[in-house]
Design a protein around this ligand. Structure first.
Ligand SMILES: *Cc1c(COP(=O)(O)O)cnc(C)c1O
Length: 464
């Protein structure tokens, strides 16, 4: 058999892919007929595919390539670490410099009082850790009945059985026996789709108060923690009204339930601060991290844990861990990524340059006939497509039909912009320049125009 490399014709790679490779979150039968797009290389904010297209990646891969593609420093660090110590575990009273250095660096960057890191291989694994850690925490404090974790509908916390149960994606819960017991979901703060006549402020407050109602209904003695993304990502970049998070914090404080901020997307600069919790003004007990931690160059995740929780958990043995917890190569790569983020002031670039520039252009998209609201925090944004802005109407077609058409136009115009239902979302590399933002917006507008023409032609501009 000849080696399978980028030198093979695209059709051949696609056929082999279809024959052997099961894609995540994909109807593989359908994809086999169409053929997957083969990505061959990437640099900065630009992907190249096997047909030579140069595509602006406005999703930073899966929200993760914060420093952009093609940074040789990370490759060099990985090679060096692999030669020196490719692997050793941290289970049996051993440790190594990469894990030590990364944990210390994360503690330095994290908000006050969050000084301990439990490493995992991904965000899903980290949230599985969190489920066990918060329940074990309460058991150690002689309150073993406090085992319910409250989360939100349309949240995304990962795809393992535990983290997928925490998440509030109904399409995921329909498959494979989820959610596990003692996970409770309240409504999300999605003003555009769910607020009816309420103002954003009243709606934000009402949705936050669902947490208090849930605690009272379930019983304070049953609730261990509340978990949420500072800004929902995979759910469609749902930016909560300003009233939402202060009320959530008040309720967590009042009933002494642990607050877990899932920072897998928001962490490491995406919202214009190191962590989304800082942007939203909250004080979590645990933060989930992954994605931007290594800019996706190596798989690594973890939980940043408060002094108080770490002290309780550390009072005995926590029967939990992963073979790759604190993997030396992934840790070294993540540490180098954090060095670049810090020394090149990339968080400052987001806050002072890229985010203000993108915000202005992004919000101006509401002048397009298809775009209802445009929301953006730092470098994560969404637009709601609608046939009737004033009514905040959904399309008559199944949710996602129009979004998919728009996404296909984006791909045709060399732009990766995802759709969640009929919301279009972006989360570009943090290093994106104003010129590249202009290109992003130009391609987005062209795609929206083409989508609009298709909808007109097919008579699909009907409200549900
Ligand atoms: C992606 C994501 C996860 C899961 O991370 P994986 O590394 O894919 O397991 C968890 N939480 C949030 C908010 C995410 O966006």
């Amino acid at each position: 058999m000849t080696a399978i490399t980028n030198h093979l014709p695209t059709a051949e790679l696609q056929a082999l892919d279809a024959a052997h490779h099961m894609h995540p979150f994909t109807a593989n039968g359908e994809l086999a007929e169409k053929g997957a797009r083969v990505i061959t290389r990437a640099s900065g904010v630009t992907l190249t595919d096997s047909e030579g297209h140069e595509i602006l990646d406005a999703m930073a891969g899966l929200w993760c390539v914060n420093i952009g593609y093609g940074r040789d420093e990370l490759a060099d660090v990985a090679a060096r670490q692999m030669r020196e110590l490719p692997y050793y575990n941290t289970f049996f009273q051993t440790t190594h410099a990469p894990a030590i250095a990364l944990a210390a660096k994360i503690a330095e960057l994290a908000p006050e009082g969050l000084n301990h890191v439990f490493f995992a291989g991904s965000g899903s694994e980290a949230n599985d850790t969190n489920i066990r850690m918060v329940r074990h925490y309460w058991a150690l404090k002689d309150k073993p009945s406090k085992s319910i974790i409250i989360s939100r509908k349309n949240a995304y916390h990962g795809s393992s059985v535990g983290s997928g149960s925490l998440g509030g994606m109904s399409a995921m819960h329909e498959q494979g026996g989820m959610p596990i017991p003692d996970i409770h979901h309240i409504n999300q703060p999605n003003w555009w789709a769910e607020a009816g006549d309420m103002s954003p402020e009243d709606f934000g407050l009402a949705r936050a108060q669902e947490l208090e109602q849930a605690i009272l209904e379930l019983g304070e003695d049953r609730v261990a923690a509340f978990i949420a993304e500072p800004v929902q990502g995979a759910g469609g970049v749902i930016v909560p009204p300003t009233t939402y998070w202060p009320e959530i914090q008040r309720i967590c404080d009042k009933y002494e339930i642990l607050l877990i901020a899932d920072e897998v997307i928001c962490g490491f600069g995406r919202t214009g601060n190191w962590f989304g919790s800082q942007t939203m003004g909250i004080r979590p007990d645990i933060m989930t991290i992954a994605k931007g931690l290594s800019s996706g160059y190596a798989p690594i995740g973890g939980s940043i844990v408060s002094d108080e929780v770490a002290a309780v958990i550390g009072s005995g043995e926590f029967n939990h861990g992963y073979t790759y917890s604190g993997h030396p190569v992934a840790s070294a790569v993540a540490l180098e990524n954090l060095r670049i983020l810090e020394e090149e002031n990339i968080v400052g670039h987001v806050r002072d340059v890229a985010a203000p520039y993108l915000k202005e252009k992004w919000e101006a998209l509401t002048d397009h006939p298809l775009v209802g609201e445009a929301k953006i925090v730092g470098m994560m944004g969404s637009i709601a497509l609608t046939p009737n802005k004033a009514a905040r109407a959904a399309f008559a077609s199944d949710a996602g039909t129009v979004g998919y058409i728009c996404r296909e136009r984006c791909f045709a115009n060399n732009l990766v912009m995802r759709h969640v239902g009929d919301r279009m979302i972006i989360s570009p590399p943090l290093v994106i320049t104003p010129d590249e933002i202009d290109t992003l917006i130009e391609r987005a507008r062209k795609s929206l125009d083409e989508c609009y023409e298709i909808l007109k032609e097919k008579d699909m501009l009907q409200s549900a």
